[in-house]
Design a protein around this ligand. Sequence first.
Ligand code: SF4
Length: 59
Amino acid sequence: MENKKNDNIRCSVSQCRHNLVSENYCTLDCISVGTHEDDPTVPECTDCNSFVKRGDCCN
Ligand code: SF4
């Protein structure tokens, strides 16, 4: 089950299947963060690589 709030990872990406949605938190024990830039300078340069798009059913 992926419904346990991780108090250490705040996240507002409700489109991700790992998001708690009822609160702005992730439910994973840990996440992987990376970048799509050669030389990241602002938060927008970073990505949560643990993101999985929420499906239309079953989650
Ligand atoms: S996996 Fe990443 S994008 Fe998805 S809820 Fe957790 S922190 Fe947010």
